[in-house]
Design a binder for this molecule. Structure first.
Ligand code: C2E
Ligand code: CA
Ligand code: CA
Length: 771
């Protein structure tokens, strides 16, 4: 998770907690304030009710007290007659008119208990002591008695006051008023109210049943709406004594309890006020202030937190930045190292670590610029390993690579610090020398050639290789790097042509030669395509028995413009450019087909000898090609002989052995060509699966006059006999040579003496006449 996101979540979390706790605090405060407000409201109404009751009580008492002082009433009571003269009707009217005492009743009782006047009935003169305990008590023991009480018909205010004459009690005045006027007054104060008289009074009350609610007499029945009654009825028991208040639905409910003189609960004044009518202005203001305070505190905290966040976040960002910078710096270093490595790789050969063509050309260009400015010389050596391809093909690329590494090591030993040695690719190296005279170039070239003399030992096997070196110099052999390199290359070819393992300085004639080589290669390829090659056949004769024992197939090139071209002028070149395999395979087929044709014509020609280039000794394909040719053409392998020069076999005897065995396995004979020139070791010769030795022409030429040649030929003949090998001598031109050879036991002869190589037509004629 991102840091900023985390911080945001934390802030959100704390904000929510803050909002939650401040809201609960505010609502708690609101609750408390409301409670106080409600209490205030209910205490106020309680006081109001109390005052109203006290006031009315007092008013009633005042009336009784006033009447008790009336002389008129006193006189009538003293006289004990004319009671009918007491009439308080008019007084009642006046009270109604001028005061709030609208329904007031009076009674005057004489000392003996006779009710002399009752304003609510015309009846009088009866004794009330029996039924009015309270009046009886006052008469007995005169005192002011002013209770609220429940009578037969209603709940009332009463005041019973004794009438004195000369401190002697002569009767009482009683004033009665209905209680429910209080209820009406409370109504006007905005409080609905229900006055319930305690159940105790149920029996004594002679009123309509509908005026009861669950046994409680509704003293203000006429005043109460049905809705209010219904509401009270829901939970009468709890409303009956709601103290200090109860909140139910839309009402605030409180109860004022009235007690009788014995302090017993007499009535319950249940008061209801609509909550909404209570104004909470102050509370609202206080709440607003509280909310404002909380918001302000929050903003303060938020600001502080933000300040801290910005402060620390900045620090954090700075830290991150410096970490990042460090990372970038180390990455940059890495990249620099990498790019250096890449540059190195781009400019160096991976195998030998020598500069590659690219770097070499770059240095050569620089050297040339400097030489141009300072009028100095630049010399380029073009070095090509001799026979590298052979080693590579024979021993595999790993050995080839290893050889290149070892050669590089030696090259580096003979180099001056300021010289550049580069590997152009394959087995081609270059050496760049600045300010070196020709005679010093010769010295260096000789040193290099010398350094290659010792064998290179790879996997315990000794390998020999040499260099052919071409040398060109600025300014005489070229002014651009292309010219110099090309001309050194040309000179290198010259060195190869003149026997390899040497060096050659460039001269103009070489360029022409190089052009010729290019031309020749093109011509050779088209010759192959156009079938310009032909097989010639030179017979081999058994001089003793005068019969043809075989033919050697020799290639001829019928050039469309130059006429016939002999193999010596193109075979080595074909070997060099890798065209020899195709040429040999073609010759192989041509000659086999020809022999087959002669066989079909019943012409005896003995074995056909096919020359095999040394290059083919290392070709994995050769055996396959030979086998398919034999199979497809259908010539009996008994009639086939392969000629391989001795030198080549002896260069790689182990490898040659393998391929020679395969040839032999096909039923084909093997003849060692140019025998005597390759210093065959006897031990190898014994092991090689060959069938014939062919004495080289060079030992035949001076026969029988040259003593050395005579000795050599004799030795070869006895060697062949000892090893059980067949023999043939080549290049025999004269009779005395034939005679010597036959005399020494070499009967098979090949040479101009019997026949030059012949076209197939001429050969056919020859074969026919020889029979
Ligand atoms: P080689 O295999 O030693 O062939 C014998 C060469 O001696 C032939 O030369 C032949 O014409 C020549 N010769 C034969 N008798 C005499 C003689 O009495 N006196 C003299 N002076 N020369 C004689 P050619 O045909 O010019 O071939 C030269 C070489 O070219 C061959 O030497 C062989 O190494 C190579 N060659 C010829 N044809 C082929 C071929 O089809 N494949 C390969 N790989 N090499 C071939
Ligand atoms: Ca030959
Ligand atoms: Ca030969």
């Amino acid at each position: 998770m991102q840091l900023q996101y985390k911080i945001f979540l934390t802030a959100l979390f704390f904000t929510l907690i803050y909002i939650y706790s401040s809201f609960s605090y505010i609502s708690h405060v609101k609750q408390r304030l409301s409670d106080e407000k409600y209490k205030e409201v209910v205490y106020n109404i309680g006081n109001e009710v109390k005052t109203l009751i006290e006031e009315k009580k007092e008013a009633i008492l005042l009336l009784s007290l006033a009447l008790s002082e009336s002389d008129h009433i006193k006189n009538i009571l003293l006289q004990k007659k004319d009671f009918h003269q007491i009439n308080l009707q008019a007084f009642s009217h006046k009270l109604k008119k001028y005061s709030s005492l609208h329904n007031v009743w009076f009674q005057i009782v004489a000392l003996d208990g006779t009710s002399v006047y009752r304003s609510w009935t015309s009846k009088s003169g009866d004794n009330v002591i029996e039924i009015r305990d309270d009046i009886a008590k006052v008469l007995q023991n005169p005192h002011v008695f002013s209770p609220i009480s429940v009578g037969k018909f209603d709940m009332t205010f009463k005041s019973i006051v004794p009438i004195f004459v000369h401190k002697r009690c002569i009767g009482v005045v009683e004033t009665i008023a209905k209680f429910n006027s209080i209820s009406r007054k409370i109504d006007t104060l905005g409080w609905k109210n229900v006055l319930l008289v305690d159940k105790r009074y149920k029996k004594q009350l002679h009123v309509d049943k509908k005026m009861f609610l669950d046994g409680y007499y509704i003293a203000n029945y006429t005043n109460v709406s049905k809705d209010t009654l219904a509401f009270i009825a829901q939970d009468l028991q709890s409303y009956k004594e709601a103290f200090p208040y109860k909140i139910k639905e839309k009402y605030l409910v409180t109860t004022y309890i009235l007690k009788d003189i014995n302090n017993k609960k007499m009535a319950y004044f249940i008061l209801l006020k609509e909550k909404d009518s209570i104004t909470f202005t102050e509370i609202k203001v206080q709440m607003k202030a509280l909310v404002a305070i909380f918001v302000l505190i929050y903003m303060g905290i938020a600001l502080f937190a933000y300040y801290i966040y910005v402060f620390y976040y900045k620090k954090f960002v700075q830290q991150q930045q410096s970490i990042l910078e460090e990372k970038v710096a180390s990455k940059t270093k890495e990249l620099e190292a990498k790019s250096l490595k890449l540059k190195y790789q781009a400019e160096h050969d991976t195998l030998t670590q020598l500069p590659n063509r690219f770097l070499f050309l770059d240095r050569l260009k620089q050297a040339l610029e400097e030489a141009y400015r300072n009028n100095t010389r630049v010399t380029v050596f073009f070095l090509d390993l001799d026979r590298f391809k052979e080693i590579n093909d024979t021993y595999g690329h790993e050995v080839g690579d290893r050889l290149l590494e070892l050669v590089t090591k030696r090259l580096l030993q003979y180099r001056r610090a300021e010289d550049t040695i580069a590997r152009l690719g394959g087995d081609e190296f270059t050496l760049l020398l600045e300010n070196v005279k020709q005679k010093d170039s010769i010295k260096i070239a000789n040193q290099i050639l010398q350094s290659m003399k010792k064998p290179f030992i790879i996997n315990g096997v000794k390998h020999y290789t040499t260099f052919s070196i071409g040398i060109s110099s600025y300014p005489e052999d070229g002014r651009t790097y292309e010219e110099l390199l090309r001309n050194a290359d040309t000179a290198m070819y010259k060195a190869k042509e003149s026997g390899k393992n040497n060096y050659h300085f460039y001269n103009v004639a070489m360029t022409e030669l190089a052009m010729e080589r290019l031309k020749l290669e093109k011509e050779l390829r088209s010759a192959l395509k156009n079938g310009e090659f032909e097989a010639y056949f030179q017979p081999k004769i058994d001089a003793m028995h005068k019969k043809v024992v075989g033919l050697e197939a020799l290639i001829r090139w019928k050039h469309p413009h130059k006429g016939m071209i002999f193999p010596d002028s193109f075979i080595p070149f074909a070997e060099e450019i890798g065209l020899i395999a195709s040429i040999d395979n073609m010759m192989m087929k041509l000659s086999m087909q020809q022999v087959l044709q002669w066989h079909e014509k019943q012409i005896e020609c003995g074995k056909i000898s096919i020359n095999l280039s040394a290059r083919q000794l290392t070709s994995k394909n050769y055996i396959n090609e030979l086998e398919t040719a034999v199979r497809e053409i259908g010539l009996d392998p008994r009639y086939i002989e392969i000629e391989i020069t001795e030198t080549h076999i002896m260069e790689n005897p182990e490898y040659a052995m393998e391929i020679l065995h395969k040839i032999r396995a096909l039923g084909i004979s093997i003849s060692i060509d140019d025998f005597g020139t390759g210093y065959s070791s006897l031990s190898y010769l014994k092991k090689l699966p060959v069938t014939k030795l062919k004495i080289d022409r060079s030992f035949v030429v001076e026969l029988p006059y040259d003593k050395d040649d005579v000795a050599i030929v004799k030795t070869i003949i006895s060697l062949a006999k000892n090893l059980g090998l067949e023999l043939i001598a080549e290049g025999v031109e004269r009779k005395e040579q034939v005679d010597f050879l036959v005399q020494e036991g070499c009967y098979d002869i090949q040479g101009y003496y019997f026949s030059k190589p012949l076209s197939k037509e001429d050969c056919e004629k020859f074969l026919k006449t020889f029979e």
